[in-house]
Design a protein around this ligand. Structure first.
Ligand code: FES
Length: 122
């Protein structure tokens, strides 16, 4: 006898959704301990995933100075050091902190879900 009640579609809480289809699984937390470095392919690019201070960081595995891989560089105080000429990059932002690098390296978002580390593709 009356019009049906109309309501807007229910919006899902994005925070409750599973990781995006473009996320790359790195591996179980147990396999990526403090101090570990892991190379993975994300969107066709080499990325190094570093665990430091209980956090996971993902950076393009290519120094912005002369494109040398960052994998295997010393990590301390939130920075990774390029083994070629010694430039240091901030893990969280990819910003260069010492010469000879003057440009940042790309960083990727990481997350831990269900005991597994993921990196989001850009
Ligand atoms: S290639 Fe990394 S500092 Fe030169």
């Amino acid at each position: 006898m009356s019009d049906p009640v109309r309501s807007d579609p229910v919006r899902l809480d994005s925070a409750a959704e599973p990781v995006s289809a473009e996320a790359v699984e790195i591996g179980p937390v147990a396999d990526l301990p403090e101090g570990s470095q892991t190379e993975v392919q994300v969107g066709g690019k080499s990325v190094v995933v570093v665990c430091e201070g209980g956090q996971y960081y993902a950076l393009r595995n290519q120094c912005s100075h002369q494109n040398f891989p960052l994998l295997g560089g010393e990590v301390s105080m939130g920075r990774i050091t390029c083994t070629k000429h010694g430039a240091k990059f901030e893990l969280s932002s990819g910003k260069p902190k010492t010469l000879p690098a003057v440009k940042p390296v790309q960083v990727y978002q990481t997350r831990v879900q269900g005991g597994v580390v993921w990196v989001d593709s850009l």
